[in-house]
Design a protein around this ligand. Structure first.
Ligand SMILES: C[S@@+](CC[C@H](N)C(=O)[O-])C[C@H]1O[C@@H](n2cnc3c(N)ncnc32)[C@H](O)[C@@H]1O
Length: 350
């Protein structure tokens, strides 16, 4: 049994079942036993691979899009590059490298929002000038050029199951020495009223309060101080069903089997982000379409000219993985944010 599991079992026996959101938050962010405190979570030797770790081309395209949006806003020198949940810092390092020729852009201050002490250390290694914050609520009153890749899918969700007369919340309880899912009747739930139309008894829907609060705050910030943003994540316009998944060593495992040792994520419900936004938002665009519009294939061809053998094979596979509809191209979506329509990052439309 993991240390976190015995901790959770004692707590649940003392105070009763906990919502899925509390379970997810403990598994990912517990200061001692949380998943992101572990050394090796990314890459081939870790549990999963994210887009920036697949190829430098991902960061290059993001960098060009943000830099062009910054130029379109008159190149404000007090703007900050802001990344949420930067993982190993690879994306920001690629953004800065790819935009070196854009006068003044790579001189901008870089701010990271990150809760994991372990990852903060790795991020400082990749981008030494980065300044860390615990939450988005502490960032300075300046224009922001925001990027968040696979950040929102790591935020704790609540799960509700449609009942005959309203909703039941799915909770985590204890059965002997094991954790078990159960339900607690809730009756009518105000913020799920719109889901009474498209669900029937037994259906599961998910909500993510932290995601709504973060988008509300950052988009109010963009409206007030300027800037733009790119939110990239897996999910759809409206989530339906149980999308929480646990991954250990690139394989799917039961979400309750090894708390703290597997990555837990859930699909992002882009409709709720859109409804929380207080600035101009783009359409939700598939990642493959977004990257193609920014010229990833031309860039891939240029890089391929200098490669051969296995390196070339890997490069072709990476391009396919990022863009193809059967891989990350359709499952992952991009949502753009800006103070005005003219300042939306290129690759997106209203
Ligand atoms: C799946 S990783 C994505 C890493 C990186 N963006 C990438 O694409 O490789 C999620 C990141 O978000 C961070 N994170 C998760 N929840 C967070 C929270 N509530 N506040 C700040 N950072 C968080 C994790 O520590 C990690 O850096």
């Amino acid at each position: 049994m993991t240390d976190l599991k015995s901790d959770l079992i004692s707590r649940i026996l003392a105070t009763g079942p906990i919502p899925v959101s509390e379970y997810m938050a403990e598994c990912l962010m517990h200061p001692k036993y949380g998943y992101y405190q572990h050394q090796q979570v990314f890459g081939g030797a870790g549990d999963f691979v994210t887009a920036p770790e697949i190829s430098q081309m991902f960061g290059e395209m993001i960098g060009l899009s943000l830099a062009q949006s910054w130029i379109n806003q008159g190149s404000p020198t007090d703007a900050i590059l802001l990344e949420l949940g930067p993982g190993r810092g690879t994306l920001m390092a690629d953004i800065l490298r790819a935009t070196k020729q854009v006068g003044g852009f790579d001189q901008l201050d870089v701010h990271f929002v990150e809760t994991s002490a372990n990852l903060r250390g790795q991020q400082k290694g990749a981008v030494p000038k980065a300044i860390h914050h615990d939450t988005v609520f502490n960032i300075p009153d300046r224009p922001i050029l925001l990027v968040a890749n696979e950040f929102f899918d790591a935020l704790p969700i609540r799960q509700f199951q449609r009942a005959e007369d309203g909703w039941s919340e799915i909770v985590v309880g204890v059965d002997g020495q094991s954790l078990r899912f159960g339900t607690v009747p809730q009756g009518a739930v105000a913020h799920l009223e719109h889901r009474m139309e498209d669900t029937s008894t037994g259906d599961i829907v998910e909500t993510c309060d932290p995601a709504r609060q973060i988008v509300d705050h950052l988009t109010t910030h963009i409206s007030t101080y300027g800037g733009c943003g790119l939110i990239i994540d897996y999910g759809d316009w409206r989530s339906l069903g149980d999308t929480m998944q646990a991954i250990t060593d690139h394989k799917s495992v039961h979400p309750l089997s090894s708390p703290g040792l597997s990555d837990l994520t859930a699909h992002v419900d882009f409709e709720s982000l859109f409804n929380a936004a207080r600035c101009t938002t783009s359409r939700i665009t598939p990642q493959g379409v977004f990257l193609e519009r920014l010229g990833i294939t031309t860039r891939a061809q240029a890089l391929a000219a200098g490669l051969s053998g296995q390196k070339l094979e890997n490069h072709i596979a990476a391009h396919r993985r990022l863009t193809h509809p059967d891989e990350m191209g359709t499952l992952f979506k991009v949502m753009g944010l800006a103070q005005t329509q003219a300042h939306l990052p290129p690759g997106l439309e209203v």
